[in-house]
Design a protein around this ligand. Structure first.
Ligand code: ADP
Length: 455
């Protein structure tokens, strides 16, 4: 009795009642064996987890008079147990906090563990999830579905690691897309004990991918339609301008015949009318010629040869010699590069820009036209700068549209096609053209030409 109460002092106060109760139960019952786990104070006053087993020795009347016991320190095991439990809890909260599907199967292909996301999706698929012992059962899963998965499980059970893409149709007919990877679970001796499966829902990704494909198709279709209508338009412009030439020629020549034959017999008004008609026909001829020229650009393949832009420019300056002399113009040309292009196109391009620079000059100052360039890896950047009238920035884009003019024919001759031709040529060389200008402060036309326009 003495001994027992000393011993009791060392049992953790929280557990004393329980321990005492279990001993008493053995004393009053028929049992002899007493077993308990509790904390027991060590000499350094800290508590050890102990497992205690005792045998009560009873006299012939069944009254215990002695207890032989064996106490074992199980602190280490207990700590390990709690550590494992903690790890398990962490793992559980980890795998249950993801929307990815995680599950494992045994060699019988039965699910032995799974996370919430997995049982939720199975519930969506089948409406039933049953847990039986360590197995998770899906009683309503269709056989075809199981057969399908069993093929994958069999592969993984043979030791293969692989990933598949799968989709399932939910009862509401929506589709779930997923990628699933299978990894065999092996014991230390290398035998496969099951398969760990990891699935990721890629339905949203699939949906955006499908939408993107659709959009791409739509875009392709639009581009094709646009290309077709462009070709049609160009053909129309060509045919129209080509076929209009003949009747126009007839109108002009008959008008001229009329003028000649009735010269002197017509009154002033009639002569004025004929003059207007001849003038109109002449302008129409120029328009048709320009239109024809415009519609011819961009047909056929590019035939690129090295072109020395210095030569192109000196040819152009020769063409404008008279105008340059008359207006006292100064043309400043930087040493220009040799580029891969077609000569006629480059002639047209620089000629139109230089001719405009000379044409739209300020009334009282001599024109100064500067032609220069810079280059980068992919493009030649050319500049044609003048000190002329300049352009209202509101019209920076409009001037490149065919037949768009900011000046009327009485102020400056022209049809409004020059810059449209420049734009079409530049775009054929994968470049861009724009103008920087302020009204009254001169204009700078800047355009790029790809160094290799074929790519
Ligand atoms: P056109 O010269 O036959 O009118 P363009 O297409 O060459 O046709 O030019 C369109 C319009 O842009 C011109 O009518 C003119 O108003 C304006 N423009 C073009 N180049 C210049 C320039 N260097 N300075 C000022 N205005 C210009």
């Amino acid at each position: 009795k003495e001994n027992l109460s000393t011993w009791f002092q060392y049992v953790h106060p929280d557990e004393r009642v329980l321990v005492e109760k279990s001993i008493n139960e053995v004393i009053i019952s028929q049992d002899q064996v007493w077993e308990s786990e509790y904390r027991y104070m060590k000499s350094d006053s800290s508590y050890a987890h102990v497992a205690n087993k005792g045998i009560a020795i009873k006299d012939e009347n069944g009254v215990p008079y002695r207890m032989i016991g064996a106490m074992r320190d199980i602190t280490k095991e207990k700590e390990q147990y709690y550590e494992i439990k903690r790890i398990q809890q962490n793992l559980n909260s980890l795998i249950n906090n993801t929307t990815d599907y995680i599950w494992s199967i045994d060699t019988e292909m039965k699910v032995i563990a799974c996370n919430n996301a997995f049982s939720e999706v199975i519930f969506l698929l089948t409406g039933k999830v049953v847990v039986e012992g360590t197995h998770v059962l899906f009683p309503e899963v269709k056989k075809e579905l199981l057969d399908n998965w069993n093929i994958y499980y069999t592969r993984a059970l043979k030791g293969e690691i692989f990933t598949i893409e799968e989709h399932e149709t939910l009862p509401d007919n929506s589709k779930r897309y997923g990628i699933v990877s299978f990894t065999p679970i092996t014991s230390l001796d290398g035998t496969v004990q099951g398969v760990a499966c990891f699935g990721k829902d890629i339905s949203e990704l699939k949906k955006s991918e499908e939408r993107l494909l659709e959009l791409n198709k739509e875009l392709e279709k639009r581009a094709e339609e646009l290309a077709a209508s462009n070709i049609e338009l160009e053909r129309f412009a060509y045919v129209a301008s080509h076929d209009l030439q003949e009747p126009l020629r007839m109108v002009s020549s008959f008008l001229q015949l009329l003028e000649k034959k009735y010269e002197g017999n017509l009154d002033e008004t009639a002569q004025k009318y004929i003059h207007f008609a001849v003038d109109g026909a002449a302008r129409m001829k120029v328009l048709i010629k320009d239109l024809l020229q415009y519609s011819k650009i961009g047909t056929g393949a590019l035939e690129l040869v090295p072109i020395d832009i210095n030569n192109v420019l000196s040819d152009i300056l020769l063409l404008f010699k008279e105008e340059i002399n008359n207006s006292n113009a100064e043309i400043v040309v930087q040493n220009m590069p040799v580029i891969l292009a077609e000569k006629t196109a480059m002639m047209q391009l620089f000629q139109n820009l230089i001719s405009n620079a000379l044409k739209y000059k300020s009334p009282h100052i001599a024109p100064i036209v500067e032609v220069s360039y810079t280059e980068d890896n992919h493009y030649w950047n050319f500049k044609v700068k003048d000190n002329g009238l300049g352009i209202d920035p509101n019209y920076n884009e409009k001037i490149f549209v065919i037949f768009q003019r900011l000046h009327n024919k009485d102020e400056f001759s022209g049809t409004g096609i020059g810059l449209a031709i420049c734009k079409k040529i530049v775009e054929r060389y994968q470049g861009q053209i724009r103008v920087e200008s302020e009204q009254g402060a001169g204009s700078t036309f800047i355009f790029t030409i790809a160094k290799n326009p074929m790519i």
